[in-house]
Ligand binder design. Structure first.
Ligand code: KPL
Length: 308
Protein backbone atom coordinates (compact mmCIF):
# COMPACT_ATOMS: atom_id res chain seq x y z
CA UNK A 1 0.00 0.00 0.00
CA UNK A 2 1.62 3.28 -1.04
CA UNK A 3 1.55 6.15 1.39
CA UNK A 4 0.07 9.53 0.48
CA UNK A 5 0.44 12.67 2.58
CA UNK A 6 -2.09 15.40 1.86
CA UNK A 7 -1.04 18.86 2.89
CA UNK A 8 -4.04 21.16 3.23
CA UNK A 9 -7.35 19.83 4.61
CA UNK A 10 -9.61 22.01 2.45
CA UNK A 11 -12.35 20.59 0.23
CA UNK A 12 -10.06 18.97 -2.36
CA UNK A 13 -7.66 17.74 0.35
CA UNK A 14 -10.46 16.04 2.24
CA UNK A 15 -12.02 14.62 -0.93
CA UNK A 16 -8.63 13.10 -1.76
CA UNK A 17 -8.16 11.76 1.78
CA UNK A 18 -11.60 10.10 1.81
CA UNK A 19 -11.14 8.66 -1.68
CA UNK A 20 -7.59 7.36 -1.21
CA UNK A 21 -8.07 5.95 2.30
CA UNK A 22 -9.49 2.57 1.20
CA UNK A 23 -6.65 2.00 -1.31
CA UNK A 24 -3.60 3.71 0.25
CA UNK A 25 -2.14 4.77 3.59
CA UNK A 26 -3.23 8.40 3.96
CA UNK A 27 -2.11 11.18 6.32
CA UNK A 28 -3.98 14.47 6.15
CA UNK A 29 -1.92 17.40 7.41
CA UNK A 30 -3.24 20.79 8.49
CA UNK A 31 -2.16 23.67 10.68
CA UNK A 32 -4.92 23.05 13.23
CA UNK A 33 -6.29 19.87 14.77
CA UNK A 34 -9.46 18.44 13.18
CA UNK A 35 -11.76 15.61 14.34
CA UNK A 36 -10.44 12.22 13.18
CA UNK A 37 -13.96 11.08 12.36
CA UNK A 38 -14.80 12.68 9.03
CA UNK A 39 -17.89 12.44 6.82
CA UNK A 40 -18.13 12.65 3.05
CA UNK A 41 -21.41 13.09 1.19
CA UNK A 42 -21.13 11.51 -2.25
CA UNK A 43 -22.59 13.08 -5.43
CA UNK A 44 -25.36 10.46 -5.09
CA UNK A 45 -26.23 11.85 -1.64
CA UNK A 46 -24.83 8.92 0.35
CA UNK A 47 -22.98 9.72 3.58
CA UNK A 48 -19.83 7.81 4.49
CA UNK A 49 -17.99 8.19 7.78
CA UNK A 50 -14.29 7.38 7.96
CA UNK A 51 -11.58 7.74 10.58
CA UNK A 52 -8.81 9.67 8.86
CA UNK A 53 -5.25 10.05 10.18
CA UNK A 54 -4.97 13.80 10.67
CA UNK A 55 -1.81 15.52 11.89
CA UNK A 56 -0.38 18.98 12.42
CA UNK A 57 3.17 19.49 11.08
CA UNK A 58 4.51 19.35 14.66
CA UNK A 59 2.87 15.98 15.28
CA UNK A 60 4.39 14.67 12.05
CA UNK A 61 7.85 15.78 13.10
CA UNK A 62 7.48 13.67 16.27
CA UNK A 63 6.19 10.68 14.31
CA UNK A 64 8.71 8.17 12.97
CA UNK A 65 6.53 6.73 10.21
CA UNK A 66 8.11 5.87 6.86
CA UNK A 67 8.43 8.59 4.25
CA UNK A 68 5.53 9.04 1.84
CA UNK A 69 5.34 7.89 -1.79
CA UNK A 70 3.60 11.18 -2.69
CA UNK A 71 2.99 14.50 -0.95
CA UNK A 72 -0.12 16.18 -2.35
CA UNK A 73 -0.27 19.92 -1.73
CA UNK A 74 -3.91 21.01 -1.73
CA UNK A 75 -3.63 24.45 -0.15
CA UNK A 76 -4.50 27.69 -1.91
CA UNK A 77 -1.86 28.76 -4.43
CA UNK A 78 -0.27 31.42 -2.22
CA UNK A 79 0.10 29.03 0.72
CA UNK A 80 1.68 26.09 -1.14
CA UNK A 81 5.35 26.92 -0.63
CA UNK A 82 4.95 27.74 3.08
CA UNK A 83 2.95 24.53 3.58
CA UNK A 84 5.72 22.48 2.00
CA UNK A 85 8.23 24.36 4.17
CA UNK A 86 6.35 23.22 7.27
CA UNK A 87 7.09 19.54 6.54
CA UNK A 88 10.25 19.79 4.40
CA UNK A 89 12.43 18.72 7.34
CA UNK A 90 10.62 15.40 7.75
CA UNK A 91 10.55 14.19 4.13
CA UNK A 92 13.43 13.29 1.82
CA UNK A 93 14.01 15.99 -0.83
CA UNK A 94 13.45 13.32 -3.49
CA UNK A 95 9.78 12.86 -2.45
CA UNK A 96 7.39 13.34 -5.38
CA UNK A 97 5.04 16.30 -4.96
CA UNK A 98 1.60 16.64 -6.52
CA UNK A 99 0.42 20.25 -6.82
CA UNK A 100 -3.35 20.80 -6.96
CA UNK A 101 -3.37 24.62 -7.04
CA UNK A 102 -5.33 26.90 -9.33
CA UNK A 103 -3.43 29.30 -11.53
CA UNK A 104 0.23 29.12 -12.47
CA UNK A 105 2.23 30.46 -9.55
CA UNK A 106 3.21 27.64 -7.21
CA UNK A 107 3.74 25.11 -10.03
CA UNK A 108 6.67 26.72 -11.92
CA UNK A 109 8.28 27.89 -8.68
CA UNK A 110 8.23 24.49 -6.99
CA UNK A 111 9.17 22.68 -10.21
CA UNK A 112 12.25 24.90 -10.24
CA UNK A 113 13.24 24.60 -6.56
CA UNK A 114 12.13 21.15 -5.34
CA UNK A 115 14.82 18.51 -6.04
CA UNK A 116 12.34 15.62 -6.44
CA UNK A 117 9.68 15.09 -9.13
CA UNK A 118 6.90 17.71 -9.19
CA UNK A 119 3.62 16.62 -10.74
CA UNK A 120 0.76 19.06 -11.34
CA UNK A 121 -2.91 18.12 -11.16
CA UNK A 122 -5.80 19.95 -12.75
CA UNK A 123 -9.22 18.79 -11.64
CA UNK A 124 -12.86 19.47 -12.35
CA UNK A 125 -14.04 17.47 -9.30
CA UNK A 126 -16.47 19.65 -7.35
CA UNK A 127 -16.30 19.67 -3.55
CA UNK A 128 -17.01 22.00 -0.66
CA UNK A 129 -16.70 21.90 3.13
CA UNK A 130 -19.74 22.25 5.33
CA UNK A 131 -17.97 21.93 8.71
CA UNK A 132 -14.78 20.78 10.40
CA UNK A 133 -15.84 17.19 9.91
CA UNK A 134 -17.78 17.13 6.64
CA UNK A 135 -17.01 17.53 2.96
CA UNK A 136 -19.59 17.35 0.19
CA UNK A 137 -18.45 15.80 -3.10
CA UNK A 138 -20.84 17.88 -5.18
CA UNK A 139 -20.01 16.62 -8.65
CA UNK A 140 -17.74 14.13 -10.34
CA UNK A 141 -15.20 15.48 -12.79
CA UNK A 142 -11.92 14.55 -14.34
CA UNK A 143 -8.38 15.00 -13.11
CA UNK A 144 -5.32 15.38 -15.32
CA UNK A 145 -1.80 14.85 -14.01
CA UNK A 146 1.62 15.42 -15.52
CA UNK A 147 4.82 17.35 -14.96
CA UNK A 148 5.78 20.61 -16.64
CA UNK A 149 8.80 19.13 -18.44
CA UNK A 150 7.50 15.63 -19.20
CA UNK A 151 10.26 13.92 -17.27
CA UNK A 152 8.09 11.75 -15.02
CA UNK A 153 5.57 10.00 -17.25
CA UNK A 154 5.76 6.66 -15.44
CA UNK A 155 5.20 8.33 -12.09
CA UNK A 156 2.25 10.32 -13.47
CA UNK A 157 0.75 7.11 -14.87
CA UNK A 158 1.16 5.31 -11.53
CA UNK A 159 -0.52 8.20 -9.71
CA UNK A 160 -3.34 8.36 -12.28
CA UNK A 161 -3.95 4.62 -11.79
CA UNK A 162 -4.13 4.98 -7.99
CA UNK A 163 -6.44 8.01 -8.15
CA UNK A 164 -8.69 6.27 -10.68
CA UNK A 165 -8.80 3.17 -8.47
CA UNK A 166 -9.83 5.45 -5.60
CA UNK A 167 -12.84 6.67 -7.63
CA UNK A 168 -11.39 9.93 -8.98
CA UNK A 169 -11.16 9.47 -12.76
CA UNK A 170 -7.63 10.57 -13.68
CA UNK A 171 -5.54 10.67 -16.85
CA UNK A 172 -1.78 11.14 -17.14
CA UNK A 173 -1.14 13.78 -19.83
CA UNK A 174 1.94 15.09 -21.60
CA UNK A 175 0.65 18.67 -21.91
CA UNK A 176 -0.20 19.66 -18.34
CA UNK A 177 1.37 23.12 -18.85
CA UNK A 178 -1.16 23.89 -21.61
CA UNK A 179 -4.00 22.44 -19.54
CA UNK A 180 -3.09 24.64 -16.56
CA UNK A 181 -2.89 27.75 -18.76
CA UNK A 182 -6.22 26.93 -20.42
CA UNK A 183 -7.87 26.72 -16.99
CA UNK A 184 -6.04 29.88 -15.99
CA UNK A 185 -7.44 31.69 -19.05
CA UNK A 186 -10.99 30.81 -18.02
CA UNK A 187 -10.38 31.66 -14.37
CA UNK A 188 -8.83 35.03 -15.28
CA UNK A 189 -11.86 35.92 -17.42
CA UNK A 190 -14.48 34.94 -14.84
CA UNK A 191 -13.13 35.04 -11.29
CA UNK A 192 -11.97 38.66 -10.83
CA UNK A 193 -15.09 40.09 -12.49
CA UNK A 194 -17.62 38.09 -10.48
CA UNK A 195 -15.64 38.77 -7.29
CA UNK A 196 -15.75 42.53 -7.91
CA UNK A 197 -19.37 42.58 -9.04
CA UNK A 198 -20.54 40.20 -6.30
CA UNK A 199 -22.51 38.06 -8.76
CA UNK A 200 -22.88 34.37 -9.64
CA UNK A 201 -21.10 33.28 -12.84
CA UNK A 202 -24.25 33.23 -14.98
CA UNK A 203 -24.91 36.93 -14.40
CA UNK A 204 -21.88 37.80 -16.51
CA UNK A 205 -24.15 37.15 -19.52
CA UNK A 206 -26.13 40.30 -18.66
CA UNK A 207 -25.67 43.10 -21.14
CA UNK A 208 -24.25 45.33 -18.45
CA UNK A 209 -21.32 42.97 -17.82
CA UNK A 210 -20.76 40.95 -21.02
CA UNK A 211 -18.56 43.60 -22.67
CA UNK A 212 -16.26 43.47 -19.64
CA UNK A 213 -15.82 39.72 -20.18
CA UNK A 214 -15.09 40.38 -23.84
CA UNK A 215 -12.42 42.98 -23.17
CA UNK A 216 -10.68 40.74 -20.63
CA UNK A 217 -10.78 37.82 -23.10
CA UNK A 218 -9.27 40.02 -25.84
CA UNK A 219 -6.15 40.49 -23.69
CA UNK A 220 -6.16 36.89 -22.48
CA UNK A 221 -6.30 35.55 -26.08
CA UNK A 222 -3.25 37.62 -27.04
CA UNK A 223 -1.36 36.42 -23.97
CA UNK A 224 -2.23 32.80 -24.74
CA UNK A 225 -0.93 33.23 -28.26
CA UNK A 226 2.31 34.70 -26.93
CA UNK A 227 2.63 31.72 -24.54
CA UNK A 228 1.97 29.26 -27.40
CA UNK A 229 -1.21 27.94 -25.76
CA UNK A 230 -4.01 26.98 -28.17
CA UNK A 231 -7.61 26.89 -27.00
CA UNK A 232 -8.91 23.36 -26.29
CA UNK A 233 -11.00 21.58 -28.93
CA UNK A 234 -8.76 22.54 -31.84
CA UNK A 235 -10.15 26.01 -32.59
CA UNK A 236 -7.99 29.10 -32.87
CA UNK A 237 -7.88 32.69 -31.68
CA UNK A 238 -9.92 35.13 -29.64
CA UNK A 239 -13.30 33.79 -30.77
CA UNK A 240 -12.40 30.32 -29.54
CA UNK A 241 -11.32 31.62 -26.11
CA UNK A 242 -14.50 33.68 -25.86
CA UNK A 243 -16.72 30.73 -26.72
CA UNK A 244 -14.86 28.58 -24.15
CA UNK A 245 -15.40 31.23 -21.47
CA UNK A 246 -19.12 31.56 -22.31
CA UNK A 247 -19.45 27.76 -22.25
CA UNK A 248 -17.97 27.62 -18.73
CA UNK A 249 -20.19 30.55 -17.65
CA UNK A 250 -23.19 28.61 -18.95
CA UNK A 251 -22.16 25.34 -17.28
CA UNK A 252 -21.41 27.05 -13.95
CA UNK A 253 -24.16 29.69 -14.12
CA UNK A 254 -25.29 29.01 -10.58
CA UNK A 255 -21.79 28.85 -9.06
CA UNK A 256 -20.25 31.37 -6.78
CA UNK A 257 -16.72 31.38 -8.17
CA UNK A 258 -13.90 30.62 -5.75
CA UNK A 259 -12.66 34.22 -5.79
CA UNK A 260 -16.10 35.55 -4.92
CA UNK A 261 -16.28 33.05 -2.04
CA UNK A 262 -12.89 34.31 -0.82
CA UNK A 263 -14.01 37.95 -1.02
CA UNK A 264 -17.26 37.20 0.81
CA UNK A 265 -15.34 35.38 3.56
CA UNK A 266 -12.76 38.22 3.62
CA UNK A 267 -9.96 35.78 2.83
CA UNK A 268 -6.96 36.62 0.64
CA UNK A 269 -7.88 35.85 -2.98
CA UNK A 270 -5.86 33.90 -5.54
CA UNK A 271 -5.34 37.02 -7.68
CA UNK A 272 -1.56 36.53 -7.47
CA UNK A 273 -1.85 33.04 -8.97
CA UNK A 274 -4.49 33.89 -11.58
CA UNK A 275 -3.97 37.49 -12.72
CA UNK A 276 -0.31 37.54 -11.64
CA UNK A 277 1.05 35.08 -14.24
CA UNK A 278 -1.19 36.59 -16.95
CA UNK A 279 0.06 40.13 -16.37
CA UNK A 280 3.68 38.96 -15.99
CA UNK A 281 3.39 37.13 -19.31
CA UNK A 282 1.87 40.19 -21.02
CA UNK A 283 4.77 42.30 -19.78
CA UNK A 284 7.35 39.71 -20.86
CA UNK A 285 5.80 39.46 -24.30
CA UNK A 286 4.94 43.12 -24.91
CA UNK A 287 1.20 42.42 -25.07
CA UNK A 288 -1.39 44.90 -23.65
CA UNK A 289 -2.83 44.05 -20.23
CA UNK A 290 -4.57 47.24 -19.05
CA UNK A 291 -7.89 45.48 -18.45
CA UNK A 292 -6.32 42.64 -16.44
CA UNK A 293 -4.12 45.10 -14.57
CA UNK A 294 -7.10 47.19 -13.56
CA UNK A 295 -9.00 44.07 -12.39
CA UNK A 296 -5.95 43.13 -10.33
CA UNK A 297 -5.69 46.65 -8.85
CA UNK A 298 -9.39 46.61 -7.95
CA UNK A 299 -9.18 43.20 -6.25
CA UNK A 300 -6.04 44.30 -4.38
CA UNK A 301 -7.87 47.43 -3.16
CA UNK A 302 -10.85 45.32 -2.08
CA UNK A 303 -8.58 43.01 -0.09
CA UNK A 304 -6.90 45.95 1.63
CA UNK A 305 -10.30 47.36 2.57
CA UNK A 306 -11.49 44.20 4.25
CA UNK A 307 -8.16 43.52 5.92
CA UNK A 308 -8.43 46.87 7.79
O1 KPL B 1 -13.00 27.45 -11.60
C1 KPL B 1 -13.81 28.29 -11.30
C2 KPL B 1 -13.71 28.89 -9.95
O2 KPL B 1 -14.70 29.17 -9.34
O3 KPL B 1 -12.54 29.06 -9.51
C3 KPL B 1 -14.84 28.74 -12.29
C4 KPL B 1 -14.54 28.10 -13.62
C5 KPL B 1 -14.82 30.22 -12.42
C6 KPL B 1 -16.21 28.23 -11.92
O4 KPL B 1 -16.78 28.86 -10.86
Amino acid sequence: MSSHWILGPGAIGRLLAHSLSPVAAVSLIGRRALPAQQTITTPEGEQRIQDLSIFTPDQLAADTSASPAFVHITTKAMAAEAALGSIADVIPPTTPLVLWQNGFLAQPRLAETWPGPVLCASTTEGAYLTSDDEVVHAGRGQTLVGDLHNRHETLAEALAATLTQSGLATLAVSDIRSRLWQKLAVNAAINPLVALLGVRNGELRNEAYAHRVESAVREIAAIMQAEGIAPPEGQQGEKAWLSLVWKVVENTANNKASMLQDVEAKRPTERGAILGPMIASAQRNGVPSEVLQSLDDDIAALEIRYRC
